[in-house]
Ligand binder design. Structure first.
Ligand SMILES: Nc1nc2c(ncn2[C@@H]2O[C@H](COP(=O)(O)OP(=O)(O)OP(=O)(O)O)[C@@H](O)[C@H]2O)c(=O)[nH]1
Ligand SMILES: [Mg+2]
Ligand SMILES: [Zn+2]
Length: 290
């Protein structure tokens, strides 16, 4: 199911894609939704029912309204690249959002063919030329390039037989990766603008593609920011994969690892088992959660 406002495209059991309309009474389906359809007229169908969702990946806007990006996901692939410069803040919000759905984040580091001058930064510490080593923290990181080696071979096994979505900043190469994975497809991709180094926002709707080796992959429009919904404060620590061994070890059950005495997380930070920049990110997200 792919939707554009009041209508969309449904993929039928035989793989055929058909236009379909939505009914207000039924509610709007989103990409990845499973739906029941009936004929509306000679050329189009109408959605009669949206089946219950296993999960949905959402973002919130400035007014704290939630918007579903896609539904029924097995994993979220967060794509970063040396260009546009990665944002640590964006990455951490994404990681927290994915963890809180109880599904796996996979980090895809694309455009590994590009040379990056060492020590380059922009907009202060939050934007980094070199991604922190998320692999050593315990995350799955896959290195790809759509131009030369190592290519996209590493992606194929994680995508097989699963429903995945590519998310990330505009211009990191999400649509290009899908073009590499599905040879007959030619999704339009956009050059980075010279002025900002950001992508010219090319992908405007969220779209699901069938992969030739099995599984489906959703392309989504790039973002500059990602707003996370309000979480319970004790959920924030679950967004940090390497905190796990220490959770539940603090003196107080309801420890938020901020100023409480006997905190196992802070102990781990002082011993160097948890990196300080990750702990600072945690405190920032906790504070932003209000
Ligand atoms: N050097 C290099 N360039 C790449 C690579 N992958 C993509 N690009 C280029 O990066 C630009 C943006 O690629 P897109 O695939 O449109 O990026 P996107 O993430 O889909 O962007 P939005 O749709 O705006 O979110 C294009 O000019 C691509 O040719 C890569 O691995 N290496
Ligand atoms: Mg795109
Ligand atoms: Zn604690």
């Amino acid at each position: 199911m792919v939707s554009y406002g009041s209508q969309g495209v449904v993929m039928l059991a035989d793989g055929d894609r058909k236009r379909c309309k939505f009914r207000r009474r039924v509610g709007r389906p989103f990409c990845g939704d499973r739906v029941e359809v009936a004929p509306a007229d000679d050329t189009s169908l109408v959605v009669e029912r949206v089946l219950p969702r296993k999960n949905s990946f959402v973002r919130t806007d400035e007014r704290q309204r939630q918007h579903i990006i896609a539904a029924n996901l097995d994993q979220v692939l967060i794509v970063v690249a040396p260009r546009p410069l990665p944002s640590r803040d964006l990455m951490e919000r994404y990681l927290l959002a994915v963890h809180s759905l109880g599904i796996e984040p996979v980090i895809v580091y694309n455009k590994t063919d590009l040379e990056v001058p060492p020590g380059e930064t922009a907009n202060g510490a939050m934007v980094l030329a070199h991604m922190p080593d998320y692999e050593s923290l315990g995350y799955t990181v896959i290195h790809t390039s759509c131009k030369t080696s190592p290519g996209i071979a590493g992606l194929k096994s994680v995508l097989k037989d699963r429903t995945s979505i590519l998310v990330g900043q505009s211009g990191v190469g999400k649509s290009s990766l899908i073009n590499q994975l599905i040879p007959d497809l030619q999704i339009q991709t956009g050059d980075l603008s010279d002025a900002t180094g950001k992508g010219v926002h090319t992908t405007t709707s969220t779209m699901l593609y069938q992969l030739p080796d099995g599984g489906s992959l959703i392309d989504s429009p790039g973002v500059w920011e990602y707003g996370i919904w309000k979480l319970a404060n004790d959920e924030i620590a679950t967004g940090f994969i390497e905190f796990k061994p220490w959770l539940g070890q603090c003196r107080f059950n309801d420890c938020l690892h901020a100023s409480e005495p006997g905190c196992a997380i802070k102990q781990a930070v002082s011993e160097g088992s948890i990196q300080d920049w990750r702990f600072q990110s945690y405190l920032r997200l906790l504070e932003q959660n209000g």
